[in-house]
Ligand binder design. Sequence first.
Ligand SMILES: CO[C@H]1[C@H](O)[C@@H](O)[C@H](O)O[C@@H]1C(=O)O
Length: 681
Amino acid sequence: MNSKKYNMWLQYQPITDTKMIEQYQYFFTKIGVLSEGLQVQAALDELHAAVPQMLDAKFTVSNDALNSTIVIGNRNDLARFLDSEQQAKLADMNDEAFLIASNQEQLIIAGNSDVAVLYGVHHLLRLVQLNEDIAQLSVVEQPKNQFRMLNQWDNFDGSIERGYSGQSIFYQHNQFVEDKTRIKDYARFLSSVGINAISINNVNVWEEETYFITKKYLPEIQEIAGIFRVYGITLYLSINFGSPVTIGDLDTADPLDQSVQNWWKEKAKEIYDYIPDFGGFVVKADSENRPGPFTYERDHADGSNMLAKALEPFQGKVIWRCFVYNHLQDWRDRTTDRARAAYDHFKPLDGRFHENVILQVKNGPMDFQVREPASPLIGAMPNTNQMIEFQVAQEYTGQQIDLCYLIPQWKEILAFDTHIKGTGTTIEEIVAGNIHPYKYSGVAAVSNIGDDENWTGNTLAQANLYGYGRLIWNPSLLSEQIAEEWIKQTFGSKEEVLNTIEDMLLNAWGIYENYTAPLGVGWMVTPGVHYGPNIDGYEYSKWGTYHFADRDGIGVDRTKETGTGYTEQYQEPHRTIYNDLDQVPDELLLFFHHVPYKYTLKSGKTVIQHIYDAHFKGYEQVEGLIEQWENLRNYVDNERFANVQDRLERQLDNAKEWRDQINTYFYRKSGIGDQHGRTIY
Ligand SMILES: CO[C@H]1[C@H](O)[C@@H](O)[C@H](O)O[C@@H]1C(=O)O
């Protein structure tokens, strides 16, 4: 299986930095490989792919460590090359940790496991691509998060739920793709940023996908698991909770029914016969019409524990999603609050889950909007494994047409100090497993790739996939660092290119927020597709997604006294801050409060004037992005230049549509004009 060349970040462009090239050429001549594991082999393959291209040179491979310029291997096989301090450092770290040490003569990459060697090699190749000095390295790294997962929302017919980059790379017309090259390439890209788990089918498990866990499809899934295994990525499947009825011959899926329990036990055995290192199940149950334990008057602990027991003998995990809410609401009912739902459903069950169940909590508490507070459920269950769920796919953030670099958003959420066990109990530390004694925890996200030549629709959306992996490996990396790394590896190191794209990326989220739904209120999107404005599109629907704009004001009252009481789900000081009009941050005002249009923000503007200003500004900022990109015309190849240019033009149309719809709507509702007399239709 040969890899194809893409304009992604593993391009390995020729090194042109004359200061460094000699040093690199020296090191990449004799590679000593001391371990034989699959992932060490993958590391060597990566070196074979990278070195000739970057350095126009070949290297020899042997197991003669003494005479090698680079030596790679796992800690056991490399033991005699490590001094006691290095040994101790590695011994202190987790299984995925690596060490890189070099002097003028030799460079050593030692991993705590075979896959750690692969991570170490990728780290070194990244340093070379960034033109860093590698002659005096002393690097020890381990991933901060244990689970670093992607969820594919791919359907067997080849479509992707919320996919914006073409069709699935896994399936086509209800078959597995025959040519698996693209899957292998994906695995390479993911391992280069440290992803170690993937679920390969949509959490909405439809009829045919329900049969993925049968012998009809397991042989093909086994093959895909084999591809990911080489890159240290564990394969998971989304399953249908109703499987015993759909594919078994049982008339119930009741988790407390003995025959159901036995059915899943047998099923687990069968799966593990095919895939001995199968990760486990991802489950969307009792959520948006998917079957679950509620049908049998059981709860989420009953449901997930039943599956957990079946997987336990094989070290399998159940990743149980907490996106559970009433999707049959009436807009007149102001007490039911979708933002509350996950916490209300799951918090009371703390302590009842088996140790191989992990709750996957969506952020935000509503649904991947451009601006939401952090989910109050994260960290609120000290005795239950948790991970947080992000969305790399830009469902509500421009759908990979509009530019939206999401790393700053995720960083803000990870940095949120829940105060659940006092100051410093940030979400970052909680999901890293450092606050509560979780056995398993980490981060999952919905992927943004498809079979488009550039993988992500908008080429610049690649930065979100790259950045997701890098960020959850090391959450202390800055948004700008991650952007720089990605740009240099993807577009080269020219000053103009670097500065321009970096600036575009770093401003993108704010720009998107400016011209869409204001001040944290969210939604206002076209129902169904979720692209473009439709202010009342969801206002009278059953989904619980309201902004409550009327002639007097706008926003959702989630306060304790007069609202849904959602603010009570937070610890102090947030509980008070969010509940108090005088303290709530402007950008979240309408998420927590219903206020008159003339209410004055901390910025000094009224809400209505803020709406106008932000929307006029957002549109102008997109014009600015177009100008910035235009300046790169001579620095970027035609294909990528045209791709981004086209997306930016579409973004401008979208921003105009949002600006005018929103401004007109609120002008008409409030009867209050723009202070600056700009055109409102
Ligand atoms: C997979 O279904 C999705 C659905 O398409 C999406 O609009 C919503 O945001 O979230 C659901 C979920 O997260 O389960």
